[in-house]
Ligand binder design. Sequence first.
Ligand SMILES: [Cu+2]
Length: 123
Amino acid sequence: MSRLSMSRIAASLAFVLVASAALAHAQLQKAIPAVGGTVTASPKEIRLKFSEGVEPRFSGIALATEAGATEPIGKPGVDPADNSVLIAIVSEALKPGTYTVTWHAVSVDTHKTQGSFNFTVAP
Ligand SMILES: [Cu+2]
């Protein structure tokens, strides 16, 4: 086996290891309101489903209007029946418009992930 193909194998093995470590983190699988979605009424809560259990004490959700104003939401907690679901109550009815959800999560394996997405409340 040539030196070149050896290094190619080593490089692809390293890639597989990095990819599987990333998969073990809490990735956002599903959101209600849906990522990029439109809802016809103000949501009562933001519900984020992750690929693995999360620690609510070290995880957070923030909600902002398109203009960047913060919308009040409750401190997030996990669904008592499923610790991979993080829920925050929306404190006040949202006016029609586009909103940004910014989240960060610490999974039960202590790895951190974060992300953001938009949804729209239809007029
Ligand atoms: Cu992880």
